[in-house]
Structures are given as C-alpha cells and as structure tokens.
Ligand binder design. Structure first.
Ligand code: PEP
Ligand code: MG
Length: 588
C-alpha cells in the first residue's frame, strides 16, 4: 500500500509517475509586530522595496517566458497590476504608517479586505482570481523574509509541488522537466489547471495536507483523472498506474486523430462542436482540438484584473484578432456578464446581499450603458473581420431583450453615420439561463436569431443551488427532471421558430449528459477545447435512434437518481473504454 493517498480536484487529465519537488513554498504565518514610531518610514520603505522587487521579477518572467507559455503573458501582466494596485500595497503602506503595523501584517490585512470583496462576486472564475492576489502577496512576503529564490532540483523530470501556482511561478521552469502539478490551493478554475492543460500534463489541486504528507524526492503517482495522489506507492500500485498511463496516452492519440472530422452520429446526424474561449490567444488550442468555431466568448476576461475600463479600441483589437484567428469559423461573443462589486472601480461598488440575484449579466449593462455601448461598438467593428455573432447573458424576458437590441441598434446607427464598417446582419442570440427565459422561450425565439442555453446558470436558478457552494454541490444535478424538461421545451420552441439551439454550459462536456442533449436534438454544443476530441469521438459512435429512445425514457422519469442510473447504464454499456478516461468529477 502507498504511504499515503491524498485527494483533491482533478483539473488536467492524465496520469504521471515521478518524484516530487517543491517550488513556491508558502511562508509561515506572518509576524504581527507594532513598529516603533521612529521606524515607521523604514518599515514602509521595506514594503515598497519588496513590492518593487516582485514587480521586477514579473517583468523578467514575462521577458523569459518559454514559447509554449506565451499565452500566459497577459496573466503575468495581471499580476503586475495586482502588485502595483493601491488596494494591495498602497493600503498596506497606509496601515504601516497610520497603525504602525509591520509590513507582513499590513499586507495580510490588505489581502483579507480584498478577499471579502471577492467573496461577494457571483462568478466562480472571477472569484477564484483572489488566488492571484494571495500569490502576489505571498511573493512580496517571501521577499520581505529574504526567501524569494527557490533552487531547482537536478535535471530529472519531476512533479511540481506548490502551495499554489501562478503564471509568474512558471518563471525559470522548463516545461520539458515537468511531469505534473500538485497544489494545496486551487479549484476547478485556478491557474494551475489552465497552466497544466496548456502544457498537457496532469494536475490535481486543492490537495489538503500536501506539505505535511509529501517530502521532496518522494515517489508519486498523480492521477489527474480521479483527483488522487499516491505517495510512495507499492510495486503493484506503481505497475497499475503505469499501465493506466499508457492506456490513457494511447486513447488520447486515437481521439486526436479524428478530432478535425465533423461530429456526425453513426446514422448521419450532425452536431456542431464549438469551443468556449476567452481571448484571441486561445484560438490555436481551440482549432487544434477540432473546434468548429467559438460558441461562447466569455468577454469578462478583457475587464478583470485591471484598474481601468478597457477602451473601445482595445476591445476592438482583441475581438477582431479573435474573429480573424478563427475565420472562416463563427465566433459568438457574449456581452459582458459581470456585475458584482469592485471589478471595475470603487465607484461602481454595489454591495449587494444576493449578488447572484442582483446586478449581473444584461442587467448590469442596461444600468451602465456607457460600458455596454463601448463593448457593442467594439464587437460590431470586429464583425467586419470574420463570421461573428453576439448574444446577451441572463436575459429574463422579451422586454430586456428588446431593450438590449435597441441599444445595439443605436450603436449600429452611430457606426453607420461615421462610415465605420461592420456586419449589419450579424446574428443576435439570447442566452437561456433563467426559468423566466425558459417559460417565455416561444416569445424570445420570435425575436432572437439563435438560443444558447447556459446550463451552469440554468441549473443554479432552476434548482436554487449556488453553482459554487460546496455544501449543496450534491444538489447541482444537470440531469434533474426540471433541467432536462426545460432544455427540451426550449429546444422545441426554438425549432418551432426556425432558430438553432446551442448548449454552452459544463453539462455539454459531460459524457453522461451528451446523449440526452443529442436526443433533444440540440444543434450545437460549446465546450472547453480540451473536452472537444473526446466529445466528438463519443458523438461519432452514438446513434440518434438510441439517443432519442433514451431521452424519451429520461423525460418520463421523476427523479434525477433514476435518470442518472438510466444514463449511466446506457453510456457505460455503449462506451465502456472511454468512460475510464473522463475526469471523475464528470463521471460519478
Ligand atoms: C452558463 O451559465 O452555463 C454559462 C455558459 O455561462 P457562465 O458559466 O459564464 O455563467
Ligand atoms: Mg451563465
């Protein structure tokens, strides 16, 4: 038996066997010292020097980033911004001066205040960015402790162990030497996962007790499919891991070969498979995974981790680069879907008790029309550079859709009057994420060019389950009868009106939900690029007769347990080999 088996969240698939080495070890608890009055300025200077040294380190990291990690440049830029953000270092300096806190303590207080603000943000992928703030602060603290350099281990390939990983931590790392990542912090949307997936190595994050259980040099099995780490495995466990690793690699090679082919079922039904993207730099990954376009561009990326709002020019440059990189494939931009406080600036702080039920999605844009108009103009201008579409998030009904479209029309008129080129017939879609949008789908369909069902939110709002609350995570059931019936109703209403339906939530990348969606039949799915080869592979080996038959039974079932077991039996029966290679959070 292994000396220890640790569990965490699998965020990048694969299995690796190798020895662990530490990097970016978290400093111990910060000392809390009341600085004597005469030393306050020296202490403030100490903090300033440490923050400047870290900023210089980020600059060097950016300049020396290996080619395979070039898409991390803007993430390092965001770390630079955090490092210089007055909320972090500026307020810490104020605390040193006004409250005579030592630098480490003052910085810890700044992070705590920022964390409180982030906790109120309803979007997990933005909320997770608090990890960036912590990582930058930890780095400054390490400089304060004069412990900022971390020796690399010898030339051997190894498993990188860290409290947390940020893009700047990739500084000096040679990707050829990395077998896998394990971190103590992090969730599904943390940078460790992003980094690991771009390097195509397994990663397990959120591993509690990592530093207590793993010593440098320990032999490890990292299972990025099941979210498990074996420390000092027994001979038999090692042999099993190596065999599973080989099977996984050969499976990946096989599905990659057919990834560029269309996703057509055995009996000739075509499903479009698009990628969920954030920025132009994602295009290469999406295209090489076999994406037929971008079904959801989460444009929030261009607004977060910066101290000022992006200008129309900046957005236009990024959007047109994305449209051109994906051309001739379609790129569907979702308009800004942020809303909670502190993302843009202090002045826009909303301080809501229930942010998920507050100023988010299209509501926020209707309130802040200047921000909305700037983005709409940028998207319209980008439409001249490729096949583009636009969709509005969190639409509650026809009134809101009409209001959003009228602002879009005004933006079109302005551009027209100024002689700026754009695609006047760019399709405009509605995201179906709220129960009210489901029930008014027939009306919405008459005024939309397409529907895109955001199942992450649709599940959250239909079942009343916070999508990121671990206490009710077991209730976040994509195959709940209410969800399945809602999707069926929306699909029928869309088809009756002659428009298409895409599903762009996580559900679409879940092999258990896929046959149900195919049976509806939805016209497209939009999923993370790394899920595309496997999902296309499954589609190509399924048949519409079976999918329709399954959906028929699913729609008649009254509990998610009965639907899950029905679907599980069928999917495992049809694709036994594939199921071993899906990340366990998707396959129960
Ligand atoms: C969704 O809600 O399913 C969706 C795709 O949007 P997001 O996850 O960005 O809210
Ligand atoms: Mg959503």
């Amino acid at each position: 038996m292994a000396r220890a088996i640790l569990h965490g969240t699998a965020v990048s698939s694969g299995i690796a066997v190798g020895r662990g080495f530490y990097r970016n070890h978290r400093p111990g608890p910060a000392p809390h010292i009341l600085v004597p009055l005469e030393s306050v300025e020296t202490e403030a200077l100490r903090l300033e020097d440490a923050a400047n040294a870290v900023a210089a380190e980020f600059e060097r990291a950016k300049a020396s980033l290996p080619a395979s990690l070039h898409d991390q440049t803007d993430l390092i830029d965001s770390h630079l911004l955090i490092c210089r953000d007055p909320k972090l270092t500026g307020e810490a300096l104020d605390r040193v001066r006004a409250q005579r806190m030592n630098a480490e303590w003052a910085l810890e207080e700044s992070v705590a205040r920022i964390a409180e603000m982030f906790e109120r943000i309803p979007f997990p992928y933005i909320r997770d960015r608090i990890q960036d703030v912590r990582a930058v602060a930890d780095r400054i603290v390490r400089h304060l402790a004069d412990a900022a350099s971390f020796p690399e281990t010898g030339g051997e390939k190894g498993v990188l162990l860290a409290h947390d990983l940020t893009p700047a931590d990739s500084l000096g790392l040679s990707p050829q030497r990395l077998l896998a990542f394990i971190t103590e912090q992090g969730g599904k949307t943390s940078h460790t996962g992003i980094l690991a997936r771009s390097l195509q190595i397994p990663a397990v994050v959120g591993v509690a007790g990592l530093s207590g259980e793993i010593r440098p040099g320990d032999l490890l099995v990292v299972d990025g499919l099941r979210g498990r780490v074996l420390v000092d495995p027994a001979e038999s466990e090692l042999a099993q891991a190596i065999e599973r690793q080989e099977q996984f690699l050969s499976y990946q090679r096989r599905i990659r070969v057919s990834a560029p082919l269309p996703a057509e079922t055995e009996d000739g039904h075509r499903l479009h498979v698009f990628a969920n993207m954030e920025k132009a730099d994602d295009a290469e990954t999406a295209l090489s995974a076999g994406a037929e376009g971008a079904g959801l561009v989460r444009t929030e990326y261009g607004y977060i981790a910066r101290s000022t709002l992006p200008t129309e020019e900046e957005l236009y440059r990024e959007y047109s680069r994305l449209a051109a990189a994906m051309a001739p494939r379609r790129v569907t931009f979702r308009t800004l879907d942020v809303g909670a406080d502190k993302i843009f600036s202090e002045r826009r702080n909303l301080n809501e008790a229930n942010p998920a039920l507050g100023m988010r999605g299209i509501r926020y844009c209707m309130r802040h029309r200047d921000i909305f108009r700037t983005q709409l103009r940028a998207i319209l201008r980008a439409s001249a550079h490729g096949d583009t579409a636009l969709m509005f998030p969190l639409v509650s009904g026809v009134t809101e859709l009409r209001q959003a479209k009228s602002i879009l029309n005004e933006a079109k008129q302005e551009l027209d009057a100024a002689g700026v080129p754009f695609d006047a017939s760019m399709p405009v879609g509605t995201m179906i994420e709220l129960p009210s949008a489901v029930f008014t789908a027939e009306d919405l369909a008459r005024e939309s060019d397409f529907f895109s069902i955001g199942t992450n939110d649709l599940i959250q709002y239909s079942l009343g389950v916070d999508r990121d609350n671990r206490h009710v995570a077991h209730m976040h059931q994509p195959l709940h009868p209410a969800v399945v019936r809602a999707i069926k109703f929306v699909t029928d209403m869309a088809h009756k009106a002659g428009i298409s339906v895409c599903v762009c939530g996580e559900m679409a990348a879940d092999p258990l939900c896929l046959p149900v969606l195919l049976g509806m039949p939805v016209d497209a799915v939009s999923i993370a690029p790394q899920s595309i080869p496997a999902i296309k592979h499954l589609i190509r080996r399924s048949s519409m007769d079976e999918n329709r038959e399954m959906l028929h039974h699913v729609l008649a079932a009254s509990t998610h347990q009965s639907i899950n077991s029905m679907v599980l039996q069928s999917v495992y029966g049809r694709f036994p080999e594939d199921m071993a290679f899906f990340i366990s959070s998707l396959v129960p």
